[in-house]
Design a protein around this ligand. Structure first.
Ligand code: SF4
Ligand code: SF4
Length: 117
């Protein structure tokens, strides 16, 4: 449990919408359970890619800044594309992770407040 003391556990402020309604970035899904992509980053309790925004919402670092969160190995292919066409690889990584995570398809979490850990 050492990592729990090293990292601050995020607090959900925004109300979670119903499943299927537009995502408001409340962060409930990521706070209550780290997804499989987040676990690959090395922490199964507090996701290393969870970004806390000023207005109380959360963003996924894999979508907004993939190179800031992926290891060198994980980002090699995207960086190689950047060498040929600057920026195209990074943009591709953002769109790839947004697609994998279902961005733009509404809230995909059935969990409710109180389901945390
Ligand atoms: S998918 Fe749902 S629970 Fe997750 S941040 Fe969006 S609204 Fe909140
Ligand atoms: S990788 Fe992104 S979507 Fe998955 S738990 Fe972390 S912040 Fe949430």
């Amino acid at each position: 449990m050492k990592h729990l003391m090293e990292r601050v556990i995020p607090i959900q402020i925004l109300k979670k919408p119903e499943h299927g309604k537009p995502c408001n970035g409340c962060g409930h899904c990521c706070i209550s359970e780290v997804c499989s992509l987040g676990k690959e980053l090395g922490d199964e309790v507090v996701c290393k890619a969870l970004i806390s925004n000023i207005a109380g919402s959360y963003s996924c670092g894999l979508v907004v800044d993939p190179y800031g969160y992926l290891s060198d190995d994980q980002s090699t292919t995207w960086r190689k594309i950047d060498e040929i066409a600057p920026g195209v690889g990074e943009q591709g990584a953002k769109e790839f992770y947004a697609y994998l995570l279902g961005s733009g398809r509404g809230c995909d979490s059935f969990k409710q407040r109180g389901d945390e850990r």
